[in-house]
Design a binder for this molecule. Structure first.
Ligand code: PGA
Length: 252
């Protein structure tokens, strides 16, 4: 069964006390909301995971780390492993965000290792993909996105794919206020679902949750989420205010 999901990606924002307050606000709003048509997840900095886990009902609000290491343990100063993330009680990890790819040189090969470690440790993965403005304008974005997905995910079994959520985030739409049109997003989501179907068959493809991310806000979420292949959003800026985030959560 395909699930709708709205996931927040706080990025490098909020102190621990601020984050705890924001998480409480989101948790209370989700608990009070009637008949929500999506699952809700918040992605928070590593330092916040344990404290946030303590103030949310994980059955109502999922908890994601924003990254994990491609090693299990050892001499990797400053890194945080998938077992460490799982030990906080978090149940998701966001992997392959374009900011990680760009500023921290994450490659498809490295992300493949991270995906494996996340799944081995019981974490569901929100796997990000998406093209630059240059690729969009050159018109060859489809091949780029296909490579991101196939090179990091297509070694998985069909069963493992059930724990993967794909987030399509065109880089030119992230934090720019320039949202992809719902037709542009739908076109890529359809292409991604067809790619999954080609590799894993229709059932796995139909069940796959594919999120859109990039300047998604309460005003444009309803139109985006009305598209048949857009199953929710990965929300950056608008996830930092509970009211804005809830405006997106209730957009279905
Ligand atoms: P944005 O970020 O909503 O601020 O554009 C989305 C993301 O980077 O996940």
């Amino acid at each position: 069964m395909r699930k709708n999901i709205v996931a927040g990606n706080w990025k490098m924002n909020t102190t621990v006390p601020e984050g705890v307050n924001l998480a409480k606000e989101v948790n209370d709003a989700v608990a009070a909301a009637k008949g929500l048509k999506c699952d809700v997840v918040i992605g928070v900095p590593f330092t916040h995971l344990t404290a946030v886990k303590a103030v949310i009902d994980i059955n109502k609000v999922g908890l994601a780390a924003e990254n994990c290491a491609n090693h299990v343990k050892g001499a990797y100063t400053g890194e945080v492993s998938a077992p460490m993330v799982a030990s906080t009680g978090a149940n998701y990890v966001i992997l392959g965000h374009s900011e990680r790819r760009e500023y921290f040189n994450e490659t498809n090969e490295m992300l493949k290792e991270k995906v494996d470690l996340a799944l081995e440790n019981g974490l569901k993965v929100i796997f990000c993909c998406g093209e630059s403005l240059e690729l969009r304008e050159a018109g060859n974005y489809a091949d780029f996105i296909k490579a991101e997905i196939s090179e990091s995910l297509f070694h998985l079994t069909a069963e493992q794919m059930a724990d993967i959520v794909i987030a399509y985030e065109p880089i030119w739409a992230i934090g720019t206020g320039k949202t992809a049109t719902s037709d542009q997003a739908q076109e890529v989501h359809t292409m991604i679902r067809a790619l999954i179907a080609e590799k894993y068959g229709d059932k796995v493809a139909d069940d796959m949750t594919i999120l859109y991310g990039g300047s998604c806000k309460p005003s444009n979420a309803p139109e985006l989420f009305a598209k048949p292949d857009i199953d929710g959003g990965l929300i950056g800026g608008a996830s930092l205010k509970a009211a804005d985030f809830m405006g997106i959560v209730t957009a279905f």
